[in-house]
Design a protein around this ligand. Sequence first.
Ligand code: NDP
Ligand code: 13P
Length: 340
Amino acid sequence: MATAPSVAVLGAGSWGTALAALIARHGHPVVLWGRDAECVAAIDARHENPHYLPGIALPESIRATTDLQTALRDADLVLVVVPSHAFAETLRTLAPHQPAHAGVAWATKGFEPGSGRFLHEVAADILGEDVPLAVVTGPSFAKEVAIGLPTALTVHSDTPEFAQSVADVLHGPAFRAYTGNDMVGAELGGAMKNVLAVATGVADGMNLGLNARAGLITRGLNEMLRLSAAIGAQPETLMGLAGLGDLVLTCTGDLSRNRRLGLALGRGQSIDDAVREIGQVVESVQTADEVMRQAERHGVELPISRAVQAVLHGEITPADGLRQLLARDQKPEYPETLFR
Ligand SMILES: NC(=O)C1=CN([C@@H]2O[C@H](COP(=O)(O)OP(=O)(O)OC[C@H]3O[C@@H](n4cnc5c(N)ncnc54)[C@H](OP(=O)(O)O)[C@@H]3O)[C@@H](O)[C@H]2O)C=CC1
Ligand SMILES: O=C(CO)COP(=O)(O)O
């Protein structure tokens, strides 16, 4: 029988730890790399990540380390799960130690802050065109995956065999992993839903009602579809797990940090206090700027995302944002050219 591929998971936050647990339960040797020695020691010795997934028992087979070279030594697959602001830096550190035969996948959501580059562009730039690359995305709260609740997500790559091999590692009794070949659409969906989750959080924090929430989710999907069409992504990617699926989850599920940020802002809390209270990565804070940079580059108007960006920068209040959105001109629901 063929041996199960070994996986190095880089990033020992909630999502990296949950994915390491999932993959280890599927019988793969897993080494989890984190930068916090205390957290790494607890995972190794007590099989718990006390900071990010307290009280959840992790498989005893997971080995954790703060040494990147150790993590990469026997890896057949590298799975990067650091926040977007640490993505390029992590790849630059890993590049010299990258095992020749191993492909690199990531479950990070967002763009490169500052440049607005897609993460697959950053990865190809740093690792070279010969390393197979894939993005892992979809509706998946870390805590639910860590405790083994059923989840579906999707793996997109320009190399179909690599997408399949990553999906094979993730797929299991309670986890469905689909595949696709639209990295742009998959990354765009995962990034935009974080911004749109803030919008629905704000609306719910202001008690605007369920109609407003459904309207924002649907018009948010419309923003995803229009920007993705301008960039050249496949519309079905945005209608699937990477877009609509993750949008619904993050806009309605209180486990979402981005939604919780919106809720706090809608209730009048300051952004600094809200982010501090959440105590984990809130990707929308930087992603809103990068989504708007993409929108401007491609000449696409995104009123909800723009309002979120303005609220996050303190340029307008949530009440101003609501007034602006309600005062917009009437128009057809879809541009005539969208699906043609
Ligand atoms: N949590 C979830 O449910 C999901 C998250 N994601 C995505 O996964 C990515 C990671 O998020 P998540 O795990 O949730 O975040 P968390 O806030 O739970 O953890 C962040 C982790 O990243 C580490 N980190 C921060 N900065 C750096 C750096 N410069 N170099 C190396 N490591 C760093 C932190 O280390 P330290 O503790 O030392 O600060 C911590 O281990 C994000 O892009 C997120 O959108 C995607 C799907 C689901
Ligand atoms: O990406 C996620 C679920 O798919 C997690 O969302 P948050 O980062 O908003 O918690």
